[in-house]
Design a protein around this ligand. Sequence first.
Ligand code: 26Q
Length: 803
Amino acid sequence: MFLTEFREKLTTSFGKSMKDATDKEVFQAISLMIKDEIYRKWQHTQKSYQEGQYKQVYYLSMEFLLGRLIENNLLNVGWFDVCKEVLMESGLNTDKVFSQEHDAGLGNGGLGRLAACFLDSLASLKLPGHGVGIRYKYGLFQQKMVNGYQVELPDYWLKDEYMWETKREEEAVEVRFGGTVEVYYEEDNLRFKHVDYERVRAVPYDVPIVGYQNEVVNTLRLWSAESMNNHFHFQSPNGHDYYHYLDYKRSVEQISEFLYPDDSFYEGKILRLKQQYFLVSAGLQNIIKKHKQTHHHIKNLPNKIAIQINDTHPSLVVPELMRLLLDDEGLGWDEAWAITTSTVAYTNHTTLNEALEKWPENMIRDLFPRIYMIIEEINERFCKQIWYEHPSLRDSIAQMAIISYGTVHMAHLAMVGSFSINGVAKLHTTILKKQVMKPFYQIFPERFNNKTNGITHRRWLLNVNPELASLISSTIGNGWIQEPKKLIQLLPFANDSSFQNAIANVKQKKKEDFAAYIHGKYGIVIDTTSIFDVHIKRLHGYKRQLLNIFHILHLYQLCRENPNLPMTPRTFIFGAKAAPGYHFAKNVIKLITAAAEKINSDPASRDKIKIVFLENYNVSLAERIIPAADVSEQISTASKEASGTGNMKLMMNGALTLGTHDGANVEIKEMVGPENIFTFGLTSEEVFDYQEKGTYRARDVYNSDQRIRTVMDQLVTRFFSKDDVEFKHIYYSLLKRNDEFFVLKDFDGYVEAQQLVDQTYRQQSIWLKKSITNIAHSGKFSSDRTVSQYANEIWGIHPVTMS
Ligand code: 26Q
C-alpha cells in the first residue's frame, strides 16, 4: 500500500522511479503523501471546531522552534515503521532522506522550543489550540566555526520549498504603522481616527500540527509581511513615486525578514518592536474576525477565546485588543477592559534584569500613536488604582507604573492586562512572587500561578530514541505513550540486572550512532567507552559553560601532574550558539575550542579527556546527542534559569543530571530523590543574600584556592596561544567585576560533584539503577502534563470529540 502510493507519487510529481529519484525527491514525495493524509484531517478538524463552537486557545509567540517535521508527522499519522521499512528495502538511507528537510529554526532556544512542544501536546491531547507567529525569511543564524571562533551565516531555510506550509492569500489583513491620530466627537462620543499611516499587508502561511494517532490537526499560523500594491499612486513624471515605492517595499518586507538572535537579552531595536506589533495586530484581527463569524458577537470573547502570550514579546496584544474593542467594535472603556483582562494570559520566562523588555516611550508613540494613547490610559488608571485601593504601595507607584521615566515596561503592561501570570517552574514562580514581581503579587495574588515546563515525549523519546522506546514498551507495555506518567512502572526494574543490561546496550548503541555521525561529518573520533558529558544550550554567562571548562582545565592539570591519575575517560561535548554581539559568550566559545586543541592532542591527557565543540547546535543535532548522553550539565547560577527543558530531555533518555539548585532541576531532584541526581553549589537564597549584602569577594576565592589560581592564570600567560590578551576579558570579569555568576564560588562544589560522577560511573550497576530511576520519573515532565494544566487551570478548554 505505502510502497504503491510512494511509487505513484514519485512518478506523478517528478516523473521518476525509485532508483533514479534523488534523496530530495524521495523526501518530497513522502511529504506529499503525508500532506494528502493530514490535509483531509485538517479540514475535518476545522469543521468540527466551528460546528462544536468550542473555546479555542491561541498561543502567541515570537518564536516556534519546530526543527524538522517529517519524522514527527510520519509517527503521528502512524506510518513511521512502514515508511522506514520501505525505504530500507529500496536501499535508501532514511537518515539521508529525512535530513533533506531543513530545520525550521524560528526560535533561539528554550522559549521557542517550548512553544513547539506545546503545539504537539495540544494536538495530541485533542485540544483546540493554535500557534500564532512570524514566518521569518531567515531563522536563527547558522554557526560556522573558523579557527575556533563562531562566525554567523544567514539561515535561508526557505531555499527549497517548505513542504509543510500553505499560503492563505485570502486571509491577509492590514497592519498600520506610524501616522497620527485625529480626535473628534461623533454624537457625543469621543472618536479616534488614525491617518497618514504606513500600510503593511500581513499574509498568513499555515502549518498543520498533527496530533499523535488521532483525528486532530491544529494550525500554526505564521505571518509574513508584504507591501500593498495600492499604497501609492504613481503620478510624478520624474520617477520620484517609483523610488519612493521601492523604499516603502523594502522597509515593509524587512519586518518578517529575520529572527533576532538574542536569547535572554533585550535589545531595543526599532525593527524588533515592529515585528512584535505586526504579530499581535495581524494575529488579533484574524482571531476576532473568526470569532465574529462563528459567534456573531464580541461580548462573549472571553468565553470562547483565550490568548496566551509567550513572555512579554507579544504584550502589545493588551492595548491592541483594547483598540479593536473601543475603536472598531464601539465598546466603552470598562467593558473593553473587562473583556481584555479576561482573555489574555501571560507567561514569564525570565527574571534576568537584562532580559526585561523596556521600550522608549517615544518609539512606541511614533510607531503606534493610537496604541500609545491606550497604554497611557491603562497606566493612568492602574496608578490611580494603586493610590486609592492599595495605599500601602503608594511609594511603589513609580516602580510599578507601566510608563515611567520615558520608558514603557512591557512586563508591567502584561501583568496589568491579563487574568493569569505564570512562571515556568516552582522555584521560578516563587521568585516572581517573593522578589521580582512582589508588589504586583500583592495587588493581584489570584493571578499568579505555576506551570512547570515540559517536553513532548513523542519527539524526545519515541522519535529520537526508538530503541529505548521499544525496550520500555516490551517491559511495561506501550501505555506510557498515551500516559507518560506510566513510565513509573519501570521503577521495579531499576535493580533488575537483565533490564540494566538492556538499558546499557541501548545507551551504548546510541553512543556509537552519535560517534559515527560526528566522525562522518567532522572527522572527529571519540571513544564510545568514555563518559559522554553533555553541555548543550545557548551560551550565556549564567549558564556557566565557563565553570565546566574550568573544571576540565583543572582535570588537565591533574593529568599532567600524575600520569596514573585514576579517572574514567570522559568526552566533554558542548553545543552552543552565542548571540552575535555578546563578546563574553564568544570568548568562552574560543576558550573551549582552544582548550580542546591543546588537551585533545597532549599525550598526558588525550586518552582521558576529549573536548568536542559541535558546530551549529540546533534541534536536529540535539536529537542525535541527547540519546547518547550519560551526564547532563545543568549548572546555571541558582535563581537564574527559569526552568530549563534540556534537563528534562536528557533525563528522559537516561542521562544523570549534574546540576545546581535551580529551575526545574529542583523538581527533578524532588521526583528522583537526592541519591539519583548530582547536585552542588549555592542555593538561590544564598545568591540573593550575597547580592543584597554585597559580601561576595571573588578575589578571596581566587587567593585561597590553588586549583582556581592555576587554571585562571593560564588565561593570561600564553598557555593557549601566543596571544596573551585573548582571554583577558574573562579573567577580569571574574576578578575585577567580581564574578557576577559565582563561577569561582561554586568551583569547589562542582569539582567534588564531578568526582562523585566519576566514582559512580565505575559502579555500572549503581549507575544504571539511577539512570532507570530517572527515566521512570520523567513522565512528569511530559508537556502533556503541562498543557493539561494550562487547559484546566488557565484556559478553560477541553478535549474535543470529533464528529
Ligand atoms: C527580547 C527582546 C528583544 C530581542 C530578543 C528578546 C528575547 C528573545 C528570546 C528575549 C528572550 C528570549 C528567550 C528566552 C528563553 O528562551 N528563555 C527560556 O525559556 C525556557 C522555557 O520556559 C526556560 O526553560 C529557560 O529557563 C529560559 O531561559
